[in-house]
Design a protein around this ligand. Structure first.
Ligand SMILES: *Cc1c(COP(=O)(O)O)cnc(C)c1O
Length: 393
């Protein structure tokens, strides 16, 4: 079937933000307010986000990478400590361990989902004495939820903490042993979970990130680390207070704060998060139905409940050919991800091609198609028609 006469008015990226007039008005209001940063919108965004995710505490930060860095610091990552993550993720999931002087290790993926394979993690853990590894950073790849109940049981067995990288899955969930849906990042299983508000993610703030947790001590530590390691909380002073101005820098922290301006946008976006998620799922179901009829196009875990659909991934034999074919037709698909261990920096640390063959085989065939709430049915049909043409069907 030839490419239909419809041609998109603008290029179709794999993901993009949805900013409404209400969002613009909310940001304008913040700009006219008394605080451009560290004002009331930060705490409001934290409270509403925590409620949305179902966690007790949330700490808003300058971006998702800063969130990961603060989590690694709060959990005590330091030289000599070893942390396991997925090779199929954005580099930041692993880099946060290196920022703190720790060692990153990987286990291979489950090719049916792209998620870190907990059976492979177990094999890695069991091959070393207890205490060799300190932490686990599973990633809700593409929006598919990791079974955090299983991850927690494994982590407890081997004495590990968990940072759940939930950047792809705000609003996503898995079903626990008792048949109950558990939201990604809800703090029931992971010690800490992190989110990003980069424009390609579900909720955009420009730059922005969030940590969620149910652990009050970790929550307090994160608040301090976010602002230079400084506290104004009298009850926790090491030295006697000297007056109203007094504060203490108690450890080496950073300026990883987010502004009121960003949080104004985040609050306005959060109000539409459920609607955006519903549209993503609707579009994914339309893709699933179309590709079920196409030979040579494999989809990732189609129809899995709780999928938050940050990405819609297809796998084809001639991935490079399909990428170029779509690009020539104004469709800017993307590859998620070049496995972290194949990055030159990680290769210099000793990792090499062949170390994680399932992640590498996945990478060789994967392509993320346009998926975002404002993608129209007509635009999506055009994407499908182009893929049908590419596969001569
Ligand atoms: C986007 C992303 C990050 C980093 O978030 P930033 O806000 O861009 O720093 C980390 N992990 C994953 C899986 C991501 O998708």
């Amino acid at each position: 079937m030839p490419t239909p006469p419809f041609f998109p008015a603008h290029p179709l990226p794999y993901g993009r933000q949805h900013v409404t007039d209400a969002d613009v008005a909310a940001v304008a209001e913040a700009l006219r307010g008394d605080f451009l940063t560290q004002g009331p919108r930060v705490a409001e965004f934290e409270a509403q986000f925590a409620a949305y995710i179902g966690a007790r505490y949330a700490v808003a930060v300058s971006n998702g990478t800063a969130a990961l860095h603060l989590c690694a610091l709060a959990l005590g990552v330091a030289p000599g400590q070893r942390v396991i993550t997925s090779p199929l993720t954005f580099a930041a999931s692993a880099n946060c361990v290196l920022y703190c002087g720790g060692e990153v290790h990987f286990a291979d993926i489950d090719p049916a989902t792209g998620l870190l394979d907990l059976a492979q993690v177990r094999r890695l853990l069991a091959a070393h004495p207890r205490g060799h590894f300190q932490g686990l950073i599973p990633v809700n790849f593409a929006g598919l939820a990791v079974d955090m109940e299983q991850a927690r049981a494994l982590a407890d067995e081997f004495g590990l903490w968990i940072i759940e990288d939930a950047c792809h899955a705000p609003g996503g969930s898995f079903v626990d042993r008792r048949g109950q849906a558990q939201r990604c990042g809800n703090g029931r299983f992971a010690d800490l979970a992190i989110f990003s508000f980069h424009p390609v993610k579900h909720i955009a703030t420009g730059e922005g990130g969030m940590v969620t947790t149910n652990d009050e001590a970790l929550y307090r530590r994160l608040l301090r680390l976010r602002t230079h390691g400084i506290t104004r909380d009298e009850a926790s002073f090491v030295n006697p207070g000297e007056g109203g101005w007094y504060m203490e820098m108690q450890e080496l922290g950073y300026n990883y704060r987010i502004s009121d301006i960003n949080c104004a946008l985040g609050l306005s976006q959060l109000a539409r998060a459920e609607a955006g998620l519903a549209r993503r799922r609707q579009l994914a179901a339309r893709y699933d139905a179309a590709f079920a009829l196409l030979a040579g196009v494999t989809t990732l875990a189609p129809g899995r409940p709780g999928h938050a659909y940050h990405l819609y991934v297809v796998q084809v034999a001639d991935r490079r050919g399909l990428y170029d074919f779509l690009k020539a037709r104004q469709i800017f698909a993307q590859v998620h991800y070049i496995p972290v261990h194949r990055m030159p920096y990680y290769e210099r640390l000793g990792w090499q091609k062949g170390d994680f063959p399932l992640a590498e085989a996945y990478y060789a065939r994967c392509l993320s198609l346009p998926l975002y709430p404002t993608l129209t049915d007509e635009e999506q049909d055009y994407v499908v028609a182009c893929i049908r043409e590419f596969t001569n069907q």
